[in-house]
Ligand binder design. Structure first.
Ligand code: ZN
Length: 242
């Protein structure tokens, strides 16, 4: 059983009627609803919960963390972001969705600004599969067509992905490395671009399929912070680096 924790800042849904109409119970619940399966169990956490619903104990019982955030990245305490980063370094899988490219945990794991170009003009998007043999793109027929999505464009200031699985092409002409796979420490990380809150992107069956495939792919096969034997022992309780 893969234990998934879906984290969502859960702000737009409470303050914007357009978003609430698409995701009445929040983006986190929409993702939890399509993810739950015989081999995947799902729980959720949101920004307003104590400590953002994130503790070291909870992450220790999480195989894959999914993160959606946008307007409140700055309200996630550094200590929470470090907990997430260190859990990934010790082997927890992570899937960062859409505007989570600017979340603290993602930026701390990447070590770059993760800035990109964007505009909101109802462009359509073609998400082209780069690696059809990869488990994360399994079942996708060459391209995912999204009728409307927020435009993200290069330059996207990320480290060169270990594997690039999707390129997004927007009707306004921009392109973006839209499906990026990384390893950091013992953990696997997948960044997947679609999912602006005012569009029904997470109701799209192919987007759901990619996220489900990604959860199975980034789930850990090994879970331990690898120590450095001849210097002081670094425990899970002690953050790896600052
Ligand atoms: Zn957005």
């Amino acid at each position: 059983m893969i234990r998934v924790l879906v984290w969502n800042e859960y702000q737009h849904e409470l303050s914007d009627e357009r978003v609430r109409a698409i995701y009445p119970n929040g983006i986190h619940k929409a993702i939890a609803d399509f993810l739950g399966d015989e081999d995947i169990s799902v729980s959720t956490a949101t920004l307003e919960e104590p400590n953002c619903g994130i503790t070291a104990e909870r992450l220790a019982e999480t195989d894959v963390l999914i993160w959606w955030g946008h307007m409140a990245h700055h309200r996630v305490p550094d200590e929470v972001a470090y907990l997430v980063r260190d859990a990934v370094l010790s082997g927890m899988g992570a899937v960062f969705l859409h505007s989570a490219h600017h979340s603290k945990p993602f930026r701390y794991l990447m070590g770059t600004s993760c800035n990109l170009t964007w505009r909101e003009t109802n462009d359509s998007e073609l998400l082209w599969v780069i690696e059809p043999s990869h488990p994360i793109t399994a079942g996708i027929d060459r391209v995912i067509r999204l009728e409307a999505e927020e435009t993200y464009g290069e330059p996207f200031v990320i480290p060169t992905p270990d594997k690039l699985l999707f390129i997004g092409h927007f009707s306004g002409g921009e392109v973006l490395r839209a499906g990026c796979l990384y390893e950091r420490g013992n953990g696997k990380i997948f960044y997947f671009q679609p999912g602006h809150e005012t569009f029904p992107t997470y109701h799209h069956p192919d987007v759901q399929r990619v996220i489900r495939n990604a959860v199975r792919f980034v789930a850990p096969t090994y879970r331990q912070m690898t120590p450095c034997p001849h210097v002081r022992f670094i425990t899970d309780e002690e953050p790896y680096v600052r």
